[in-house]
Design a binder for this molecule. Structure first.
Ligand SMILES: Nc1ncnc2c1ncn2[C@@H]1O[C@H](COP(=O)(O)OP(=O)(O)OP(=O)(O)O)[C@@H](O)[C@H]1O
Length: 597
């Protein structure tokens, strides 16, 4: 019974909303109750009013059931019930109801906005703390969809859910008032109302299923969309975009089909509303008059309340159905936040105040579910050293760097930074000391200045700092030639810059940040030999003031490195300087020969 009630009234969702808004939701619901009670009291005055108009100077309290307490209360405060006093009381009740209703509507809108914002902020917090290793396995379509589309669907779910609760409370209040004024009639209509609910239960379940499918399909759709935008050039150049489009089209058609089902169900629910009320009321009056031979006068007040109750019951049902149409998004969001909460990065406690001695990597092993990448790797990176990481594709260079940044948790072995286990370091302060230039240069759709300074506040010397970083990254010349110099807006993904220019801007950003450790993950791969050489010279000139870790395919980049970690397939490795490795490692020598450095 309790289970059925729970299913009929989805109170479980209450906890979801409550978790964001706390007691405010109780206040919102209490105002709904107040509105219904004030309205009920106002309606109660109709009966004495009619009696007063009919010529009876004192209203007949017998026809009001227990609602006569209102008249009793008037008498207690010294108001004789007559046409004027009854009218005044009615006016007062409806005026107060108007005020309460305004408060109710206003507060609902305020809470809805607060809810949406809290949800967004919470999601951003979870995303910022998301562990990188989990993120790399996550479904990007789902993340995108949950952050954009799903939030607005949940916002609408919130609205419908609270409308439904408000209407439910009003329905209950009116039923109670109807019961107080005429219990027998009340029972008949309540039974009728409950039966009408059965008609809706099928509609509810179809809507709910369709809604969940819409959410899932939207995740898929967003995933396709992200990929087609990020791979646009490739897809366009090869016309694979036509084939890819078919996948997206199918996903759009699937969503449309489910939306149509929801539309049909919503249509039926709203069309069946009025006839159902009338059927229940007519049946109740007939039973009351024909079977119990009651006078119509006796049921009139109860009928008034019931008409109100049934109206709210039906709009409650339609709000419920509208809620179910977007309910799938709540499930999606719950799953998503749960996944994100479970996958939060573990935070260390020791603040990092800049690299003093260096890294010490001891017997470090790492494997992905299917691949053993590093095995018992041991080496040191001393402060201000430049260390090159080389090896064939897939030997684990990026994985190693991810471990050194603390992006991936250490699997086996240890990484010490200045003697502290990397896991114990406070991640934010540690990463603030790291500059990272990735293989795909990161540029943002804003000005060159903001790209380099990363929206740093203007301190008066900001432009000079930006130019200095640009010079070091050998990007000053091309920036000077841009139409608005530092204020030139770069297109999304830097599409109006060449690959090499994008890379130089990314390097400039990291140099601007005054980091301690600079990681270059094949950062110069998109550069022509001349630019690479110049940057190389700049990087060489930085060595001695920065600790630099360079992943390089082109061995020329790491010729002058203090140390080279040469990774081989399956986890084996060699360590040495460029010249010592040439002697000691046959594989390294082969690689050098192939590149004819
Ligand atoms: N998130 C992941 N899940 C599973 N396997 C992964 C993941 N990331 C990398 N790998 C696998 O681990 C191995 C090492 O990858 P990694 O990117 O570290 O190599 P790399 O030396 O940097 O390669 P490249 O030079 O091609 O960039 C590869 O076989 C790769 O397929």
């Amino acid at each position: 019974m309790l289970e059925r009630l729970k299913r009929l009234l989805p109170l479980g969702y209450f906890n979801f909303f409550y978790s964001y808004l706390g007691v405010s939701v109780h206040i919102a619901l209490a105002t709904s109750m107040l509105v219904a009670i004030l309205d009920g009291l106002g309606l109660t005055m109709f009966l004495p009013l009619m009696q007063a108009v009919d010529g009876g100077s004192t209203p007949n309290k017998g026809e009001m059931g227990d609602m006569r307490v209102v008249i009793d209360a008037m008498e207690t405060i010294g108001l004789t019930p007559n046409l004027v006093t009854v009218l005044i009381m009615m006016l007062v009740f409806f005026l107060l109801k108007g005020v309460a209703k305004f408060g109710m509507e206003y507060y609902r809108v305020v809470l809805q906005q607060r809810f949406a914002n809290k949800m967004r902020l919470d999601n951003m917090r979870l995303l910022a703390g998301y562990s990188y290793s989990e993120f790399s396995r996550a479904d990007s379509g789902k993340i995108q969809n949950t952050f954009s589309g799903e939030i607005s669907r949940i916002n609408s779910a919130y609205r419908q859910y609270f409308l439904m609760l408000q209407y439910l409370i009003m329905t209950v209040v009116y039923v109670v008032l109807a019961y107080v004024s005429n219990p027998k009639f009340a029972i008949i209509v309540a039974v009728g109302g409950a039966l009408s609910n059965l008609v809706f239960s099928q509609i509810y379940s179809t809507t709910k299923t369709a809604s969940r499918k819409v959410s899932k399909e939207m995740n898929v759709f967003q995933g396709f969309l992200i990929e087609s935008v990020s791979s646009f050039k490739f897809l366009k150049a090869t016309d694979l975009i036509s084939k890819y489009k078919q996948k997206i089209d199918q996903s759009i058609v699937d969503v449309e089909y489910q939306q149509r089902r929801i539309g049909v169900m919503t249509g039926i629910a709203s069309a069946a509303r009025e006839p159902l009320i009338i059927i229940v009321v007519v049946a109740a009056i007939l039973i009351q008059v024909l079977y119990f031979q009651e006078s119509l006068g006796l049921i009139i007040l109860s009928l008034l309340f019931f008409y109100r109750a049934l109206t709210y019951l039906v709009i409650m049902q339609s709000s419920y159905n509208a809620f179910l149409a977007v309910e799938g998004s709540i499930q999606n969001m719950k799953e998503f936040t749960h996944e994100m909460e479970e996958s939060q990065e573990e935070e260390g406690e020791i603040p990092f105040n800049g690299l003093q001695q260096g890294y010490s990597v001891e017997k470090l092993s790492y494997s992905y579910p299917e691949t053993q990448v590093l095995s018992e790797l041991t080496f040191e990176v001393r402060r201000f050293e430049t260390v090159g990481i080389v090896g064939e594709s897939g030997t684990g260079k990026t994985t190693l760097v991810n471990l050194l940044c603390g992006l991936l948790p250490v699997d086996k072995g240890m990484i010490f930074v200045d003697g502290t286990d990397i896991a114990d370091l406070e991640k934010h302060s540690f990463r603030r000391s790291i500059g990272y230039v990735t293989q795909e240069a990161q540029v943002f759709a804003d000005t060159v200045k903001n790209n380099v300074s990363f929206w740093d506040a203007d301190t008066g010397v900001k432009d000079e700092k930006v130019w200095q970083a640009l010079r070091l990254a050998h990007a000053d010349t091309f920036v000077q030639e841009l139409p608005q110099g530092l204020d030139t807006i770069i297109g999304i993904n830097g599409v109006n810059l060449s690959g090499g220019q994008r890379q130089r801007l990314s390097i400039a950003r990291e140099l601007y940040r005054n980091v301690d450790i600079l990681i270059l993950d094949e950062a110069t791969s998109a550069l022509d030999s001349q630019s690479e050489l110049l940057i190389q010279e700049n990087i060489d000139s930085l060595s001695g003031s920065l600790t630099i870790i360079v992943i390089a395919h082109r061995l020329s980049t790491i010729r002058n490195a203090d140390k080279i970690v040469f990774l081989k397939q399956g986890g084996a490795y060699d360590i040495g300087t460029f010249s010592s490795l040439q002697h000691s490692s046959a594989n390294f020598r082969k690689m050098v020969d192939l590149q004819t450095v």
